[in-house]
Design a protein around this ligand. Sequence first.
Ligand code: 16G
Length: 240
Amino acid sequence: MVSIPRYHQLREIIRESVRSGDLKPGELIPSERELSERYGVSRMTARQSIVELTNEGLLYRRQGKGTFVAWPKIAQQLTALTGFTEDIRARGQRPGARLIEMGMVPVDGVAALRLQVPTGQRVVRLYRARLADDEPLALERSLISFFGCEKLLEADLVGTSLYGLLETRFGLPPIEADQELEAGLATEEHAGLLEIAIGSPVLLLRRTTYTARRQPIEYAESVYRGDKYAFHTRLLRPST
Ligand code: 16G
């Protein structure tokens, strides 16, 4: 018979306590000492279980305070083109933004290619931290290009949705998008703005958004907190 390491067992006990609701999000879990006494395992074993569950995102540590149960991740569908404001409202939370930078910049490199404009063309650059109930979840750097796009600079992009504005004020509703998703680690800049530790796992997203007739309108590079998001997508087997 294959023996299951003890930290695996303890890990599953804690996982089950979270699943059943015995341990609730935000609740302090028992200390390593308490766990080792209660389950008859060594302190090392208890520590290893906690480290693994923390790495998975089920628990989180607060310096000098202990280890707590994390809130469930946001299950973000990757099947519909939605904006941040819509996503957060759909979850019953209050969307928000903190403006980091907004202005006109000459575009180059990948962004010029994606936006299908010549290098050096001036486009709107919008850099926002995105919040849900005042908690930072993501950083979004968007480059926006359309005839007359400089008028966007007069808009309030802290209290209003970019996609909402494009649709209602400019008559340019986003219709489709190409998106890439990649794993990454939080840089010093990300960490400061997202209020996470440097080197925490993050999800890097690049999106090209199109309006009617597949006209590119936005090229965005976003950084989403890895401890907050799980992306879901539905796959259908191709018919042969
Ligand atoms: C989404 C988009 C972002 C877009 C924003 C508009 C990703 C990776 N990014 O978060 O490109 O600028 O929504 O949100 O999903 P808003 O309409 O709330 O301003």
